[in-house]
Design a protein around this ligand. Sequence first.
Ligand code: ASP
Length: 582
Amino acid sequence: MYRSHNCGELRSSHIATEVTLAGWVQKIRDKGFVVWIDLRDRYGITQLVLDGERTSPGLLEQARELGREFVLQVQGQVIERASKNPKLPTGEIEVLVSDLKVLNKAQLPPFTIEDVTDGGEDLRMKYRYLDIRRNRIKQNLIFRHQVTMEVRKYLSGQGFIEIETPYLIKSTPEGARDFVVPSRMNEGQFYALPQSPQTFKQLLMVGGMDKYFQIVKCFRDEDLRADRQPEFTQIDCEMAFVEQEDILNTFEGLTRHLLQEIKGISPGSFPRLTYDEAMRRYGNDKPDIRFGMEFAELNALSQHKDFQVFNSAELVVGIAVPGAAGYTRKELDALVDWVKRPQVGARGLVYVKCNPDGTYKSSVDKFYGQEDLAAWAKATGAKAGDLICILSGDTHPTRTQLSALRMEMATRLGLRDPGVFAPLWVVDFPLLELDEATGDYHAMHHPFTSPKPGQLELLETDPAAVRANAYDLVLNGNEIGGGSIRIHDKDTQATMFRHLGFTPDEAREQFGFLMDAFQYGAPPHGGIAFGLDRLVAILGGQETIRDFIAFPKNNSGRDVMIDAPARIDAGQLKELHLKLDL
Ligand code: ASP
C-alpha cells in the first residue's frame, strides 16, 4: 500500500494515528535542529516534521538531501502543530516522520510549482505536466470534470443518449478548413477530421435515436485568433420531432442546471433577442447584457445641421458611458485614438460631456447647440456626469466599432463582472451571409439549417432577407452555443445547395449520403452545440480557455511540449503515397 491517507485529509481528529503518505516535495525548511517538508499531492499539502530529538540522525540527514519535487513515501505519526496554519485545511497537524523512502528523484524544476510562479507561459507550456501540479491548473481541470459530469447527468436525465461518431470522415462544412489525414490503404485519398459531427448526428435522427448528445472533439484549421484552439470540445446535441421552441427550452434547462449546480445561481427565463434587434441595440450578435449602454440611433436628431460627417453617414449611433464626463482632454484624445486603431477602424469619435450642472460640452459645438445635445442625451439615456460617444458611417461597420467601444468602456468601468451571469438567446439569424470579397453567399450557420417557414421562395429574390430557424445561446458577451432546426427533405436541401453555389454533381459527391438518407423517412429534427472549453472558462470566471485544457496548443497551433506538428520521415511519406516538395 503506497498511502493510507492523501495529503489533504489529515485533521486534528487524526492525532496519534500512524499514517503513510506519498507525494511531491513542495518545499523544505531546514532550521538546523528541525526540518519541515511540505508534501503535496492532488488533494493538498501536509507538513512533515523531523527533528534532532525525535528523529534518528540518519533520517534527518536523509531529509536534508531531498530536493524540490522529489517523490516520497513517508510513514509517521500525526501530531498537533505547535504553530497552526489556519489557511491550510491540514494546518492543525503535522506528521512526525519515522520512515522515509525516495520513490523518485527530481531535477530542479524549471519554474516554481506554487500558486505564484516565476514561470512564463512558454515555459509552463513546455513543461505542462509540472504546470498541472499547480493549484490553478489542477483546480481548473477538476472544475471542467465537474461541469462535464453535470452535463452528462442532466442530459441523461432528460433521456439523451451519448453516442460516438467517427473522427476519420469527409469534410463537414462549418466554414473552416479541414485537417486532413492521408490514407495509406487508399492511395491519393484523404480523410478529413470532423469540424463537427453535424452530418452524423442528423443521420442518427434518421436512425431513430431521437435524443443524442456527445462530448466530442472537433477540428478546424483556422487562422488562430486569440484564445482559439485548432481542436476543441463541443457538447453536441440533436433531437427529432422538435420545433425551435423545444430546443430552446431543453437547452435553457441545461444551462440553468449548470448555473445552479456549479455556481449556485438560478437565473430567470432567458431573454430572447432577434438577430436584428441585437445588432440594432448592441451592434453585436453576442451582446454582453450584464450592463446597459444600449445603442441609440441619432440620424433623425443629427442630420439637420451642416456637419457633413453625420449628414453623409448611413448611420449615426451613440452610447452613454456612465460617469465618464470627467474624462480630461488627454483622456478623450486617447479615446479617439483608441477607436481609430486598425483593430477598431473608426474614422473618428464625436463626444458630448454631460456636465453635472446640466449643460453640455461636445467636440461638435460648432455645429450643434445645447438643445441638440440635450436631445442626444435623452435618446442615449445619458445623465449628468455621463459621456456620450457617437460614431457614424456605414451601418454594419459602425455598429461593430461602437460595440467594440462599448465593451472597452465596460471593461474600464469594471462592469464586466465575472461573478455575474447574463444568458440570453439570439434568434432569427439570417440564413445567408454575403462574402464581400467574392460576392458569394455562404450559409451563416451551415448548409443544413432550414429557412423560416414560407421564406424559401425569398431565396430567389432577396437572399439576404431570408431568416433561418437558427439560434445562439449567449453568455456574458460570448456565444456559448449555436444550432438550428434542420432541413429534412431532399428537395429543400438540394435548393439550398444550389443557392450556396454547389452544382448538383458537387452536392451529390459531398453530401449524397445525407440526401439519400432524407429519402428514407427523415424525421423533423434540430439541435445545438455548446463550446465546452469556453463555457467552462466563463463558469470558472476566467477568460482563457487554454487554462481549462490539459494540453493546449499555442497561438501558432503548436504543442510545444511534444513539439507537434513535426516532419515525418521519408519512409512514412512513401507509405502514405505522399511526395513533399520542400
Ligand atoms: N454543428 C454546429 C456547430 O458546430 C452546431 C449545430 O448546428 O448543432 O456549430
